[in-house]
Design a protein around this ligand. Structure first.
Ligand code: KIV
Length: 280
């Protein structure tokens, strides 16, 4: 049975957007990992993961689709609820799926569903300058927002594949501008996916809000991975930034919780990601 008993949790106080902000100021890395159900949420919390991301990556790792595009709002609400019932002090962040934020009004309704029906503490949405008005409206209604720049998996058909973003100087400057616009619009966190490490460093140093990297080098304020990659159970092509922490464990200590603990320790000690997980 999953346990939501917070006494099991090494997180002694509820994780909030302001405690994450304090960690950035102090130079302490925080750890984000995807969770889609109650049993894994309880394990991640016991292992010390500060932010449980109910990612729309569930469309790929749970549903077997080749992209996140088919994921619906109803599915996101369902999985967010499964995670939030088992979380104790961790912050639960839920992805807004493809086409759930086409305008500020529908975005507000859908973000409210993720919080009221799903129990999320915060929502995440992909996009740059074109979603500024949406982020502003959510922030105005006291909804904590994590923006997501770089490789935006929901835009895979427009981008022409899962490719590193921001490699040339024009694209890098545009991403820095988008990052500033997200912060200005009221975003509390920013995911940077699959971008050169030097650009992620520059964006992280330019912003007061924390950045969360995935394939974005070691200089972001936090790291996120897909849980199934950490456990080595994802099917098909493994991205360069993925790492199987279960495979690294010593015989005699091989468990899901130990693998997640190893990920947490490696991020906090700035030992993950390494150059082999990073793009230049
Ligand atoms: O959906 C997801 O899991 C994500 C992370 C990979 C950042 O957006």
């Amino acid at each position: 049975m999953p346990s939501s008993n917070t006494t099991d949790s090494p997180l002694k106080k509820p994780v909030t957007v302001s405690s994450l902000q304090d960690m950035k100021q102090a130079g302490d890395k925080f750890v984000v990992l995807t969770a889609y159900d109650a049993s894994f949420a309880a394990i991640l919390e016991r292992a010390g993961v500060e932010v449980l991301l109910v990612g729309d990556s569930l469309g790929m790792v749970m549903q077997g689709n080749t992209t996140t595009v088919p994921v619906t709002m109803d599915q996101m609400v369902y999985h967010t609820k499964c995670v939030s019932v088992a979380s104790g002090n961790a912050l639960v962040m839920a992805d807004m799926p493809f086409m759930s934020f086409p305008d500020p009004v529908r975005a507000l309704d859908n973000a409210a569903r993720l919080m009221q029906q799903g129990g999320a503490h915060m929502v995440k949405l992909e996009g740059g300058a074109h979603v500024t008005g949406i982020v502003e409206n959510l922030a105005k209604h006291d909804i904590p927002v994590c923006a997501h720049l770089g490789l935006r998996p929901q835009a895979v058909h427009k981008l022409g594949g899962y490719r590193v973003q921001g490699r040339d100087s024009a694209a890098a400057e545009a991403m820095l501008k988008d990052a500033m616009a997200m912060q200005q619009a009221g975003a509390d966190l920013l995911v940077l996916e699959c971008i050169p490490s030097a650009l992620a460093k520059r964006i992280t140093e330019s912003l007061s809000i924390p950045t969360i990297g995935i394939g974005a080098g070691r200089d972001c304020d936090a790291q996120v991975l897909v849980l199934y990659d950490v456990l080595g159970i994802s099917v098909g092509h493994q991205p360069r930034f993925a790492h199987n922490f279960l495979a690294d464990l010593e015989p005699g200590d091989v468990s899901i919780e130990s693998a997640v603990r190893a990920y947490v320790r490696a991020v906090k000690a700035k030992q993950f990601p390494t150059d082999e997980h990073t793009f230049k």
